[in-house]
Design a protein around this ligand. Structure first.
Ligand SMILES: Cc1ncc(COP(=O)(O)O)c(C=O)c1O
Length: 401
């Protein structure tokens, strides 16, 4: 794949007039937005900036039509079965809070995660443990930090909900979702995956894998900020209690009674982020046109190249084979603070990357690791950028060690 073909689609990369360009390596946090997404948002605000689903005038009808279309694009993007529901939220975190608050748990029901969970797929379950009396546990990884399928087979017995991160933002490691779904269903458990780091980077087939529920964020998939999705089988969504309630969630009310709408509408309260969700649809369409297989192999190629240049210079905190890290390059340099590394590369070479604990504090505490620096790649990143990145890291080592 030739990333130069796509770079011109992203206005943030067009910084030639400034003294230094931007090398954007913080894609696991949020991707840049292509112009088609910005245009779609402006189109909403300039051509049909009204509320959807309520008024009967032509502006409102257009909003409803565009909003419904964004839902259709989202559904097709993850190849969800036609009966599945797509709930629009503001991010993966809100989607998981909706799930943890609304899933029909009884006291003592068990939820099972991994030891690589982002706080967004850990804290809601710990809260549900404290407020609803569920039991939360995680499957410890094998010694080499990979997912322990054999241990999972034992631990899933009696579990109500398996709630696991598909690809870790910490080290790019993935879990075998197809096997996990099969084993979970055989054990009578429902399966939810946090797909925040997979859906923008590789094809995911909700129908083919028979996943019950999943969540992801639009802003990590070329979409506008504050956009997210909870997708799920309709029979599960129907059993789930409401979360935030009010206008738009109801069919009818009297002074003492309320009839809720069917999902997804019973979960989407009040006026919505129309521009955002319509923009998210444009972002997903953009990614689909580029091709998810191509994006996935491009990220691995970049990761291989970064590993070739820096593998002997830094400690990579993650799977040895770059192919198992996708677009994530997490590392430490003994004797240097990860925050210092990321601030220096920004200062000297305009490289934006992340450092710290990446909202996976539990893993860092459990493994007694202080922090890591993390470069994460996407469709518009190039080997030339990795050359500059590698040179900067070598220079830092020379200057500061
Ligand atoms: C694996 C994973 N899950 C959940 C989240 C939370 O996403 P958001 O902040 O968009 O809700 C992130 C964000 O980095 C993530 O990487």
């Amino acid at each position: 794949m030739n990333p130069d073909r796509y770079r011109r689609d992203f206005p943030m990369l067009d910084r030639e007039e400034q003294d230094k360009g931007l090398i954007y390596f913080d894609n696991a946090c949020m991707t840049l937005k292509p112009k088609v997404v910005l245009d779609k948002i402006i189109e909403y605000y300039t051509e049909y900036s009204g509320c959807g689903g309520r008024s009967l005038h032509s502006i409102s009808s257009r909003v409803t039509q565009e909003y419904d279309n964004a839902r259709k694009i989202t559904k097709e993007f993850i190849n969800a079965p036609s009966r599945n529901g797509i709930i629009f939220t503001k991010n993966t975190t809100e989607s998981i809070n909706l799930l943890s608050n609304s899933f029909p748990f009884k006291k003592g029901d068990k939820v099972l995660g991994t030891d690589h969970e982002h706080n967004s797929n850990l804290v809601p379950w710990l809260k549900a443990r404290d407020t609803k009396g569920i039991i939360y546990d995680h499957v410890p990884s094998k010694e080499d930090h990979s997912f322990d399928l054999e241990l999972f087979k034992q631990m899933v017995k009696g579990v109500k909900l398996v709630a696991m991160v598909h690809i870790s933002n910490l080290d790019g490691r993935s879990i075998p979702i197809k096997e996990i779904v099969e084993i979970s269903h055989d054990a009578g458990a429902t399966v939810f995956f946090d797909c925040a780091q997979s859906i923008p980077h590789m094809p995911l087939d909700m129908k083919g894998t028979d996943i019950d529920l999943l969540a992801f964020s639009g802003h990590k998939a070329c979409g506008p900020t504050g956009t997210g999705v909870l997708a799920g089988k309709m029979e599960i969504l129907e059993e789930m209690d409401t979360f935030i309630v009010g206008g738009d969630t109801v069919q009818e009310t009297t002074y003492d009674r309320v009839d809720f709408l069917k999902p997804p509408h019973k979960f989407e309260a009040g006026l919505q982020n129309y521009a955002g969700m319509i923009g998210m649809g444009a972002g997903l369409k953009y990614i689909k046109n580029v091709g998810l297989d191509d994006i996935h192999s491009h990220e691995i190629e970049l990761n291989r190249y970064a590993t070739k240049l820096l593998g002997d210079e830094v400690d990579i905190v993650g799977p040895e084979d770059p192919a198992d890290r996708g677009g994530i390059f997490p590392f430490q340099i003994l004797g240097l603070n990860a925050h210092d590394i990321s601030m220096i590369v920004d200062e000297v070479a305009g490289i934006a990357m992340r450092s710290g604990r990446h909202c996976v504090h539990s893993w860092f505490n459990g493994n007694r690791v202080e922090s890591t620096a993390r470069a994460s790649f996407y469709v518009y990143n190039t080997k030339k950028e990795i050359d500059i990145f590698a040179d900067s890291i070598l220079q830092i080592k020379k200057d500061f060690l």
